[in-house]
Design a protein around this ligand. Structure first.
Ligand code: PMP
Length: 283
């Protein structure tokens, strides 16, 4: 049984209890982070804490965030659960009290963390690539806030599964925003990486930031701009990034093969370089 963390305590997972009045549960009034773990160390810790701090401020959750304290708890959880390869999930909600849209000023936030084992280094999706479908982006307008209301991605992933695909790219006003739980990229025939620019329209992926630095060091040209499905169908390669996938090749979009249906060479090189860089900088 796992040991998890809740409001300052490490407890067995079946003893960790959240109130039915918790605002994450009633209003989705909570924010979260997913950080990956390799060799028992954390990847991109600073970036995830920085984004958490921004999400907390935007969601008006007055939580005093101390990066070193978060790291200490996460390292202890890794140790207690002997986690080598997987994820740490962290969520802060506005807290629990009688249901009312406006929280009491004095209400204390709820914080939880738990570990999850997951094969990150050699999952089948890297060998085979993934198939994606396109869906309407029906999410709210502040996708840069990493908030827990995830019904739209849940439904999109389910639609993808029903259609024999593994994920969906979301479309707004004719352009791809991002994947349901990842950022989306194409490599054009001119070897330019195209991914949507940062704004309120997408989550500012921590992996995205690292991957663009890796691509730049490989002397690839990067264009941060919206791109269409037609451009994607015509791309040399396509891929997604997130903390829990690193880089996964996309080999089919709406049943149209990309890169002859095989993971692209440059995609795999970016993935390898990202992992090398992550392993050399574990927290
Ligand atoms: N976009 C969305 C909508 C996501 O949910 C995620 C993963 N949380 C990402 C992008 C990728 O972000 P990161 O690289 O920080 O995991």
């Amino acid at each position: 049984m796992r040991t998890v963390y809740i409001n300052g305590k490490f407890v067995p997972e079946n003893e960790a209890k959240i109130s039915i009045f918790d605002r994450s549960f009633l209003f989705s009034h909570g924010v979260y982070e997913v950080t990956s773990v390799l060799n028992g160390g954390l990847i991109d810790h600073q970036g995830h804490v920085r984004r958490l701090s921004r999400s907390l401020a935007n969601a008006q959750i007055p939580f005093e965030l101390i990066s070193d304290d978060i790291l200490k708890v996460q390292k202890r959880l890794i140790e207690l659960n002997q986690l080598q390869e997987g994820l740490i999930y962290l969520q802060v909600s506005r807290g629990a009290e009688d249901r009312d849209f406006i929280p009491s000023e004095s209400l204390k936030p709820t914080i939880i963390m738990f570990t999850q084992e997951k094969a990150l280094l050699n999952p089948p999706q890297v060998v085979d690539g993934i198939k994606v479908i396109s869906v309407d982006d029906i999410r709210w307008r502040r996708r840069d806030v990493k908030a827990v209301g995830l019904l739209a991605p849940v439904l999109a992933k389910e639609e993808a599964r029903c259609k024999g695909a593994q994920d969906a790219w979301m479309i707004e006003d004719g352009y791809i925003t991002e994947g349901t739980s990842n950022n989306a990229y194409i490599l054009t025939k001119e070897n330019t990486i195209v991914t949507r620019q940062l704004s309120h329209d997408i989550l500012h992926g921590i992996t995205r930031e690292a991957i663009l630095a890796v691509a730049m060091a490989m002397d690839l040209t990067i264009e941060e701009r919206p791109f269409t499905l037609e451009e994607a169908y015509d791309a040399r390669e396509a891929f997604i990034t997130s903390a829990s996938t690193f880089v996964w090749p996309v080999v089919e979009i709406n049943n149209q093969e990309i890169a002859q249906g095989r993971p692209g060479a440059i995609t795999l090189e970016i993935r390898k370089k990202y992992i090398d860089r992550a392993l050399a900088n574990l927290a």
